[in-house]
Design a protein around this ligand. Structure first.
Ligand code: ZN
Length: 487
């Protein structure tokens, strides 16, 4: 009789002990390295080969999923992708990740060249804080670090923060994405395509005790934040391609501003006559000085003389290059800089406009740049008559030149240019767009306000947006430089 009462209790106790033993993860506060000896204790392995102390994921859907649950942690991996392999590191997730109804967060592993395969690159906190910048490439070992503390998620590659997010209370998510929130749950490394291999040479985790003081950081919240969050959830490429380190703005400050606001940056050097980058050697040393920074590396081609100062091979070291039509020589041989009133000569409004449009056409046809920036800019004396002077005819001449040269059009947030009407017309003609701020100082970076307004008003989609060309497709290499200065 007594046995009958004790037996079920004993069985239950055994079950509880077993379950807790099974679920017990690495010790909080201690960095645990996974190796052959403890791998299967902590991870459920599917199609993962271990050899030479490395894990290899080759088959699509190969995975290692934790047997333990963890909420706050620091995770470090030394990895390498080969031949276009793509993977995900999921956390706060289920034991089997369902991309159609995702639970938790997903960090992308993809090192393909720009415009090849998936647009997002390694370190992207997918659908939350998308990263489009390539921090490493196939066949190179890299460090991936993911830290989750309280509501703060930080993803770094080779020591540089690629994406960062503060999860608000009651985070707003699009339909189907409501499971994308933090919780005490599983971690899973998965391969998600058929190509190549993912190798893991080193894998460590430090679970962090939850609820440490100050772990919940305040989250900025306004209507623009909501729009930016929802564009990220739609995987719209939110990239400001036109940022300068001017007025004391440092690379770290620029990157922090982008991360804080949920987009990516392309940082441009001004390259041309009387600029710090003025020949191949200054160009190469500039590029190597910023090589590791988590931003696109851009060249602003200055004046019209730039085509005579650099070789195409050196210029192709940049991810993309751009120029504007604000500097040119007029019919009387005067060098105009349209943003400087003393250097701008408007003898006759209509004649000036025709000359400007002709210069834009000559620049677009002659200079192999990827983006036409500060577009439709008018000097101060004409700006009030923008809509009247930019006639349909003139707009179409510029749009046709963009199309025939496959040059993208910048939507400039600081100048609020071009007009929404111009953008709609360009979209209808098949022009690709970029966003850009062209900050002049360290406090005018903004938050892409005008570009985001253009998305809504001109109905821009991901397909309308430009992404840098892969190395083999760079215009500067295919087309070369003109023999003489244009415009
Ligand atoms: Zn600029």
């Amino acid at each position: 009789m007594l046995l009958k009462k004790i037996l079920p209790a004993l069985l239950l106790l055994t079950l509880v002990v077993c379950l807790t033993t099974r679920c017990k993860g690495p010790e909080p506060g201690v960095m645990t390295t996974f190796d052959k000896g403890n791998l299967e204790k902590y991870w459920k392995i599917t199609d993962v080969i271990t050899s030479d102390g490395q894990l290899q994921l080759e088959k699509n859907e190969a995975s290692a999923t934790s047997k333990f649950r963890v909420r706050d942690f620091e995770l470090n991996l030394k990895m390498k992708t080969i031949q276009g392999a793509i993977g995900q590191l999921n956390f706060a997730t289920t034991e089997s990740y369902d991309s159609g109804n995702p639970k938790g967060y997903s960090v992308l592993i993809n090192n393909s060249d720009y415009s090849i395969g998936q647009a997002q690159k390694t370190g992207s906190l997918s659908r939350i804080r998308n990263n489009f910048v390539r921090a490493t490439s196939d066949d190179e070992w890299f460090d991936l670090n993911i830290a989750v503390i309280g509501n703060h998620i930080k993803v770094s590659v080779n020591g540089k923060v690629m994406s960062e997010y503060l999860e608000p209370q009651n985070a707003k998510r699009l339909e189907g994405l409501s499971g994308m929130v933090l919780s005490k749950s599983f971690i899973s490394l998965r391969k998600v395509n058929d190509q190549g291999k993912i190798l893991v040479a080193d894998w460590k985790i430090k679970p962090i005790t939850e609820g440490k003081d100050g772990a919940i950081l305040p989250v900025k919240s306004d209507s623009l934040t909501d729009i930016i969050d929802s564009l990220n959830q739609r995987e719209f490429p939110l990239i400001d391609f036109h940022v300068h380190l001017k007025g004391g703005l440092t690379m770290d400050q620029a990157v922090a501003h982008a991360k804080e606001n949920g987009f990516c940056y392309g940082v441009a050097a001004n390259c041309g006559l009387k600029f710090p980058v003025t020949n191949d050697s200054t160009l190469n040393s500039y590029l190597s000085s910023i090589q590791k920074e988590p931003v696109f590396k851009a060249m602003q081609c200055e004046g019209r003389e730039w085509v005579t100062l650099f070789t195409p091979e050196a210029v192709a070291g940049f991810d993309y290059i751009f120029t504007d039509a604000m500097t040119w020589t007029d019919y009387k041989g005067r060098r105009l800089r349209l943003w400087i009133p003393e250097e701008t000569f408007v003898d006759n409004d209509q004649q000036f406009m025709d000359m400007l449009v002709g210069k834009i056409e000559a620049i677009l046809d002659g200079e192999p740049v990827d983006i036409h920036v500060n577009p439709t800019y008018l000097p101060a004396q004409l700006i009030a008559r923008y809509d009247e002077l930019w006639t349909k005819d003139r707009m179409d001449r510029v749009i046709n030149a963009l199309v025939r040269n496959q040059t993208a059009l910048e939507i400039n947030s600081r100048f609020k240019l071009p007009s929404i009407g111009f953008i709609k017309r360009a979209k209808a003609a098949g022009v690709k767009f970029t966003f850009g701020t062209n900050n002049a100082k360290n406090d005018d970076l903004g938050r892409l306000e005008y570009s985001i307004k253009a998305i809504r008003e001109a109905h821009l989609t991901t397909e309308d947006m430009f992404l840098p060309r892969p190395r083999g497709e760079r215009k500067i290499l295919k087309k070369g430089l003109p023999a003489k200065v244009t415009g």
